[in-house]
Design a protein around this ligand. Structure first.
Ligand SMILES: O=P(O)(O)OC[C@H]1O[C@](O)(COP(=O)(O)O)[C@@H](O)[C@@H]1O
Ligand SMILES: [Mg+2]
Ligand SMILES: [Mg+2]
Length: 337
């Protein structure tokens, strides 16, 4: 038996420091934690409970949905709609916002989520995750609208992710540093195992989908080429490369040992009329909040992601995040070009 701090104890303790806290936020985070435990259980059981494979439908972004994309979306809604702390939710897997149905009380918060990130990895049994972000509802909770969600990432109250890997972890920020919790499957509790996570400022490891190289813009091309040139090149050091294709798993690696993750703008994305690959409200903003709170950096190329003013619910942005000194170098390359 362990005697560690549970995530609930941790959140309550943090909220005790905040004058006027009503307990709504604590209860909201508890429901998010419960949702992630349920998804973790489904992911763990995989083929045994028939949840792998495609659902045969497409989401609003034209991506084929996996069964687990849809199931985890439902879990998030059911776990979070009932308690009276939310005005509305928005998800990568839903076309429109989801105002809390009229039979439940409405509260002052908004929840956005990517219920299952890295879904192309489900069927091959590689790590996937859930990403979430909590905002205040600025327009009051009577008639929440899409416009209420269009807040810059700097306005987030909390953000985090669950990683369904060899162990299930929850990594969380409420704007006061980043803490990581590991799920003890025997007692069903997340226990604080990674207090005050910090991203090393320097790294020799980068992550990017190199199959897109011919579409990249000059600053990213230059950065990656210099990494590839290794000891003999301008950096004078050898670099290593990783690509998991689950943003959650990449960000977790970076939080653990440093690194740089890039899904930059490229000519292929542009030709589709998109602003990037990753979604601002469900992926880029929550992850940028976590990364910055752990001492790292996060940019689109030439601007800080958390300062981007969202214009639509499913807006996409380029993402370059990780160890601070490397992010600053890439920012410099964008400014030079
Ligand atoms: O297919 P690619 O180019 O490797 O893209 C992988 C990227 O797409 C994503 O899987 C997008 O997330 P979803 O699985 O939620 O659509 C990221 O997690 C990942 O970094
Ligand atoms: Mg995703
Ligand atoms: Mg997803």
């Amino acid at each position: 038996m362990h005697n560690g701090t549970t995530i609930t104890q941790f959140i309550i303790e943090e909220q005790r420091q905040i004058a006027g806290a009503t307990g709504d936020f604590t209860s909201l985070l508890n429901d998010v934690v419960t949702a992630c435990k349920v998804i973790s259980d489904m992911v763990n059981h995989g083929a045994l409970v028939g949840v792998l494979g495609s659902a045969g439908t497409e989401n609003v972004q034209g991506e084929t949905q996996k069964k687990l994309d849809i199931l985890s979306n439902e879990v998030f809604i059911k776990s979070n709609e009932w308690a009276g702390h939310l005005a509305a939710m928005a998800s990568e897997e839903m076309d429109e916002i989801y105002p809390i149905p009229i039979q439940y009380p409405r509260g002052k918060y908004l929840l956005t989520f990517d219920p299952l990130d890295g879904s192309s990895n489900i069927d091959v049994n590689v790590s996937v995750g859930t990403i979430f972000s909590i905002l205040r509802c600025p327009g009051g909770n009577d008639e929440p609208t899409e416009r209420d969600f269009l807040q810059a990432g700097t306005q987030q109250v909390a953000a985090g992710y669950a990683l369904y890997g060899p162990s299930t972890m929850m990594v969380l920020t409420t704007g006061n540093g980043v803490n990581g919790f590991t799920l003890d499957q025997n007692i069903g509790e997340f226990i604080l195992t990674h207090p005050k996570m910090q991203i090393p400022s320097d790294t020799r490891e980068f992550a990017i989908n190199v199959s897109n190289m011919r579409f990249w813009e000059p600053p990213v091309r230059r950065y990656v080429q210099e990494c590839l040139d290794g000891k003999e090149g301008p950096r004078g050091e050898d670099f290593n490369m990783r690509w998991i294709a689950s943003m959650v798993a990449e960000v977790h690696r970076i939080l653990t040992r440093g690194g740089i993750f890039m899904y930059p703008m490229d000519s292929k994305i542009k030709s589709k009329g998109q602003g990037g690959k990753l979604r601002l409200l469900y992926e880029a903003n929550p992850m940028s909040f976590v990364v910055e709170q752990a001492g790292g950096g996060s940019i689109t190329g030439d601007e800080r992601i958390l300062e981007v003013q969202p214009e639509s619910l499913h807006q996409r942005v380029p993402v370059i995040l990780g160890s601070r000194n490397e992010v600053e170098r890439i920012l410099g390359y964008h400014k030079d070009s």
